[in-house]
Design a protein around this ligand. Structure first.
Ligand code: DGJ
Length: 740
């Protein structure tokens, strides 16, 4: 049983394979958090909480004269505002009387089979292999008659617990939600660090680690998207935690808009952890009878360090979040024309790229920005989703046919959520853009954001997408989004509901994507937001791969892909071989290394191969062959980080097949030193009782010995060179050669 209930229905223990999570609805009705950690049997742990009079810690009426009972220090699951808990609240509502006080007390619970969907938003779903269980605990503020439902989903085998909440106005007056986070949890004991993933455009998701103290650590986005600057996922860990040891707790937000994630110690040295929609500019009005649903947070606990935690997330996102035709089907190797041409192309230029690519066995051509409306630079044309037949030298159908005749699939770029002021759409419907009446709007990439809260706008966009996709054979769509959102005002929602725009915008994006995919279920969708500005678990529900970064420099990509790997499976990482000197950094890296780095992702090319050297061109078919050969490892296997950026002068990682019969190690030399030392790598995840032969030097050893002693690279790699090493079933007749 994944959900244990005792103490007359007031003690709740959620059990996963390796973890337990316990809560108690105490005698006053407060839902206390008692434990999250290594699996135990479900015994009542309430004796862990010692009640004392903390002083200046108020007592709720239910405590009567007991001055030791205070919400100011008790570890809770759903702290609210105005009732004497001076730490950060999870739920804040403004009642009809203007007060911001609500005390949510235990009312009831129920258990249901299966994962519970979150209306209007992505959430983990059941599969034939594993379905979840759900515990719903209802709390009520008796004064306002507002109900707070806390929803706990359990995927027992996967070591996953999800949290979300819904707030129902069962009263008779409207209320305004000012803060509605998805989860809050107070860890009563211990000290922690926060590992989070921060960056900027073209340099996303650098892993950073910082202690959580009384001053607190907060990350978030108020840009309308999950953002390049902070990814909506974090790990709370033991300060000594490593890849292979130590307690760590993961929190991954299934949401693509504004978010807040925080951890802070309180006066008792307890750590309050929270995640949810960012309260800035959030004011959501609920009429009597209306319900607000928060997005889902995916939690996991590992007592064995980050590596196991990451594998839990990779598996759950791959199996229970990604979906569609390409959930497991091999993705085509693509070539994208963006860095080859930018806006400067015509039919012949595209065809010449395609012809060369087809010869080298590339499987799909993706036509990026610039094929529609008046779009020869990024100052105009967005919104006018009509093929520019003059620039394209004919119809899109004709171009697509020519590409298919070359034996390739055809993909197309869109940026549906945006509008240029210099566009027919904007001239016809200026009120469809988000902009504050009477103020000149802020522009980002010289474009405005369409009001996706407005169903008419979404219907228009769906019609345009449908029209284009119905008139040409299109196998893939890249869905881009190239600015942060401000000037938040919707002509459709009006002034009363301005505080709802950010959230309703995200719901609008999901609605549009859902309708688009149900119309074109076989399309491969690649998400993008200037690279990885919207790289989050929710987008994976629509697009099983996301363009990881606009930075295609293989060396910078090492740290970007390293940071990405803590939560997101390698199958979701769009990664391309591009030209050198690299367009973002000016660095030159060997073609082989560029291939090895891109192989750890959904692989493709982003250059004009007509301009590549013969030696480079000669490598392409072998790289594609390697992508196919290792697909079961890179896209379905287990992933291990072996060396972190900057630690050793090299980076290394490993994939192990699900049946543990083979492994693939990639190592890249990032820095060179005089009198260089050998590169020694750990090996992980093998079956200790099997033997494996190393493709680099032919050595045959047991899994136990590879994992115990590791592996030494048999030559000194020059800077930026890389090596692929396969560990495989020993076959003495096979030639001893490195696949890299
Ligand atoms: C930003 C994307 O990340 C790029 O790959 C490219 O598609 C450009 N937009 C096109 O405008």
């Amino acid at each position: 049983m994944a959900i244990l209930i005792s103490q007359n229905g007031r003690l709740f223990t959620l059990q996963t394979r390796n973890s337990s999570y316990q809560m108690l609805a105490d005698s006053c009705g407060t839902l206390l958090h008692l434990y999250y950690g290594k699996r135990m049997d479900g015994e009542d742990l309430s004796d862990l909480i010692l009640r004392t009079d903390m002083g200046f810690a108020g007592n709720p009426p239910q405590a009567k004269e007991d001055r030791t009972y205070s919400l100011d220090y008790l570890p809770q699951e759903a702290p609210s505002s105005g009732v004497g808990d001076y730490r950060d609240d999870m739920i804040r509502l403004c009642g009809a009387d203007g007060s911001r006080t609500a005390q949510f007390l235990f009312e009831s619970f129920f258990v249901s089979d299966g994962a519970q969907p979150v209306p209007g938003m992505p959430a983990l779903y059941d599969t034939e292999e594993e379905s979840g269980q759900t515990l719903t605990i209802t709390l009520q503020d008796s004064c306002s008659n507002v109900r707070l439902r806390l929803i706990y989903g359990i995927f027992e085998r996967e070591d996953i617990i999800t949290r979300s909440a819904c707030i129902e106005n069962s009263g008779t007056s409207p209320i305004v939600l000012e803060k509605a986070l998805s989860m809050s949890m107070d860890i009563p004991f211990g000290s922690y660090e926060m590992l989070y993933f921060a960056g900027r455009h073209a340099m996303e998701r650098t892993a950073l680690r910082t202690p959580v103290g009384r001053a607190g650590v907060r990350i978030g986005s108020i840009r309308g998207t999950s953002s390049h600057q902070y990814n909506p996922a974090m790990i709370l860990c033991d300060p000594a935690a490593t890849e292979t040891s130590g307690d760590c707790y993961g929190f991954c937000f299934v949401y693509s808009g504004n978010f807040l994630a925080s951890a802070q110690k309180d006066q008792r040295e307890q750590t309050r952890v929270q995640m949810g929609i960012h309260p800035d500019q959030f004011r959501f009005r609920l009429e009597p009878g209306e319900v607000f649903h928060t997005p889902q947070v995916i939690q996991s606990y590992s007592s064995e360090g980050f590596s196991l935690l990451s594998r839990n997330y990779h598996h759950i996102l791959r199996e229970h979040m990604c979906r569609g035709a390409y959930k497991h089907a091999r993705r085509p190797v693509l070539i994208n024309n963006w860095e080859a041409t930018y806006f400067d192309f015509d039919l012949e230029r595209i065809l010449s790229i395609a012809r060369q690519a087809a010869q080298l066995k590339i499987e799909m051509l993706v036509l990026d920005d610039g094929w529609f409306g008046k779009r020869d630079n990024d100052n105009s044309g967005l919104g006018d989703w009509f093929v520019n037949e003059k620039k394209m030298g004919g119809t899109l159908a004709a171009l697509s046919e020519k590409i298919h005749d070359l034996g390739m699939k055809f993909g197309l770029w869109f940026e549906p959520e945006m509008v240029s002021e210099d566009s027919d759409l904007y001239r016809a419907h200026p009120e469809w853009a988000l902009a504050v009446p009477g103020r000149e709007p802020n522009r980002g990439r010289n474009q405005l954001v369409l009001d996706l809260t407005n169903p008419e706008v979404r219907t228009y966009l769906l019609e345009r997408l449908t029209d284009i996709l119905s008139h040409a054979k299109i196998d893939y769509v890249k869905w881009d989004m190239n600015r942060s959102i401000c000037d938040v005002y919707s002509h459709y929602l009006g002034p009363e509901r301005t505080g709802e725009v950010y959230h309703r915008y995200v719901l609008g994006v999901y609605d549009l994507l859902e309708r688009f995919l149900s119309r074109f279920p076989d399309i491969l969708l690649e998400g993008c937001s200037g690279g990885g500005g919207r790289f989050d678990a929710a987008m994976l529900h629509y697009s099983p791969q996301i363009w990881c970064s606009d930075n295609t420099d293989a060396v910078n990509r090492l740290s970007i892909q390293y940071g990405t790997s803590f939560f997101y499976p390698v199958s979701s990482v769009g990664s391309h071989v591009s030209a050198c000197p690299n367009h973002q950094t000016g660095r030159s890296v060997p073609f082989t290394t560029r291939g090895h780095v891109a192989l750890s992702g959904s692989f493709g090319y982003e250059l004009d191969l007509n301009r590549a050297s013969d030696a480079e061109k000669a490598e392409v078919p072998a790289q594609i062959e390697a992508f196919r050969r290792y697909y079961d490892l890179t896209h379905e296997g287990d992933y291990y980080r072996l060396a972190a950026p900057g630690e050793t002068g090299h980076m290394a990682w490993e994939f192990v097949s699900k049946d543990r019969s083979r492994a693939l190690i990639t190592a890249v030399k990032t820095e060179s030193f005089g009198n260089p030392l050998p590169m020694h790598l750990p090996v992980r995840g093998l079956d200790p009782h099997r033997t494996y032969r190393c493709s680099m030097n032919g050595a045959i050893r047991s899994g136990a010995s590879w994992m115990g002693a590791g592996l030494t690279v048999n030559r000194i790699l020059p800077q930026y060179e890389s090596i692929l090493i396969e560990l495989n079933d020993p076959d003495p007749s096979a030639p001893c050669a490195s696949p890299g």
